[in-house]
Design a protein around this ligand. Structure first.
Ligand SMILES: Cc1ncc(COP(=O)(O)O)c(C=O)c1O
Length: 504
């Protein structure tokens, strides 16, 4: 065995982490295993006291500092999980901790760090600015810098995750999937696994827009990225560590890159199995397991994903829930073009048939044709493609928007605006119990002589669906009579000033 590997094995076996960390469970994800046709196991690092594995490395580093160094205190730079690991460890060891965070850090996170008794210094716009400032503060005040990943004691602390997995699962394991930012977790897990059970593959997982380690390993030297995607903030690192690079390059069996939609879908998968919401970095391993199983087929053997964090901003959930459907291919999105004539809306509804509508947006804008933004619930990408063909066969041009970020992030919220063609339009808002077919029932019961000039509906996962509809009715009383027969609560919004400001 390589001398350095032997040294890491020793460091990991003697790492001190359990004063603050717990041995987390390795749980079988039943639903995901059944879906993928191979056993999937989750190493539940999201259940640590600070909701991520990061306290293992931070504590192992700090507890080993000579007493006089510890007495002077420590400093670190972090916008998230490492900060909490350092702060909790400092409280346990009774030492001073200064945490430099970018000024853009959400209050929730800086408050959590202060809650552990650490001093928070807000500095700079980015992690790099905070890092620079932390190094300066450390030098000026005699504080020891605790690196988030590029330190043998930090790597060894994270390596205890690998040690626990092998102890908890003594049957064969095909591969372990580890999210990578700076590479501390990957390096530690790989060092232990390759020393003890080298036949198990250790696979690093990166975001497609933040893949410094995969690129560095490919090019044989550490590369620095100019920009990194921030969705998975835990792994948004521009340059990996020297030591983590050396270990990952030697020991990792490969890398898998996953995208935002796949990570959102993985957050949902883990929620369905455990009722826990992971943060994006925490779900990357699961997204990679799914990708790997899809490529290698079922019955491949046990796949372990480290679910490494759950520090999720609550206000991100809406985005995650929306993208999870797209990531699974369970929502198909189309721009469907239909003739601007009476009855064509209804014909469109007939093609949609009994499929569940998730979104329906339209604003009159052309005398000849209408472009409708349509979302439909489907079981997979195959059904989405079949639905696209069904539109085309019925004479409606349909543009598939599933992989179009412009459509998913912006255009769906922008369908609308004033139209010179909307003369005589009246605006109504309806509420109806959310159930399959309810929207199509509403559309098909409209009087064929009324032209629909505006329509907005988005399934929000609520018990009631909300529809906004603009109709060109010669007589408002006739529409009221129709609306009353539907039996759903409704409001006439024609005189609402916001309608006049944005839609007339
Ligand atoms: C939840 C989570 N996952 C993964 C990582 C990446 O760890 P590393 O920098 O050791 O690669 C981090 C780092 O902070 C994290 O917080």
């Amino acid at each position: 065995m390589d001398v350095r590997l032997w040294e890491y094995l020793q460091r990991i076996l003697t790492a001190r982490v359990y004063d603050v960390a717990v041995e987390t469970p390795l749980e079988r994800a039943e639903k995901l295993s059944a879906r993928l046709g191979t056993p999937v196991w989750l190493k539940r690092e999201d259940t640590q006291p600070v909701f991520s594995f990061k306290l293992r490395g931070a504590y192992n580093k700090m507890v080993r500092l000579p007493a006089d160094q510890l007495a002077r205190g420590v400093v670190c730079a972090s916008a998230g999980n490492h900060a909490q690991g350092v702060a909790l460890s400092a409280r346990r060891l009774g030492c001073r901790a200064v945490v430099v965070m970018p000024v853009t850090t959400p209050r929730l996170k800086s408050d959590a760090v202060r809650g552990f008794g650490a001093e928070v210094v807000l500095h700079g716009d980015s992690y790099s600015d905070a890092y620079q400032h932390a190094a300066e503060l450390g030098a000026a005040n005699g504080l020891t810098f605790v690196h988030p990943f590029d330190d043998p004691d930090v790597i060894a602390g994270q390596g205890t995750v690998g040690m626990e997995i092998l102890r908890q699962h003594q049957d064969p394991i095909h591969a372990i999937f580890v999210a990578v930012g700076g590479g501390g977790l990957l390096a530690g897990v790989a060092a232990y696994v390759k020393a003890v059970r080298p036949e198990i593959k250790v696979i690093g997982v990166q975001m497609t827009d933040s893949d410094a380690m995969a690129r560095s390993v490919r090019s044989g030297e550490r590369v620095r990225l100019n920009d990194v995607g921030l969705f998975s903030d835990g792994t948004a690192v521009k340059q990996v560590g020297e030591e983590t690079f050396r270990l990952a390059r030697e020991l990792a069996d490969g890398f898998i890159e996953v995208d935002t939609d796949a990570v959102c879908a993985a957050i949902k998968d883990v929620f369905e199995d455990t009722r826990t919401v992971l943060e994006p970095a925490g779900a990357m391993g699961v997204a990679a397991v799914k990708q790997y199983a899809a490529e290698h087929g079922p019955h491949i053997g046990s796949l372990v994903a480290v679910t490494c964090g759950a520090n999720m901003n609550f206000d991100r959930l809406r985005f995650v829930a929306e993208r999870a459907e797209a990531g699974e291919g369970r929502e198909a999105l189309f721009a469907v073009t239909i003739p601007e004539e009476r009855g064509s809306f209804r014909r469109l509804c007939e093609v949609i048939g009994r499929r569940n509508v998730t979104e329906f947006n339209y604003r009159i804008s052309d005398e000849r044709v209408a472009h409708v933004f349509v979302g439909l619930a489907v079981t997979d990408r195959g059904e989405a493609a079949a639905t696209g063909r069904a539109f085309t066969e019925s004479g409606f041009a349909a543009l598939d928007l599933l992989d179009d970020d412009l459509a998913k992030d912006h255009i769906r919220h922008m369908v609308g605006g004033p139209s010179p063609l909307a003369s005589g339009e009246r605006l109504y808002r309806f509420q109806f119990p959310e159930r399959p077919g309810a929207l199509v029932k509403f559309l098909t019961s409209m009087h064929p002589d009324w032209n629909i000039s505006l329509f907005h509906y988005r399934n929000q996962g609520a018990d009631y669906g909300r529809i906004l509809v603009g109709v060109q009715v010669p007589d408002a009383t006739a529409f009221r009579a129709f609306a009353d027969t539907l039996g759903y609560p409704w409001v006439d919004e024609t005189e609402n000033p916001v309608y006049r400001l944005f839609l007339r």
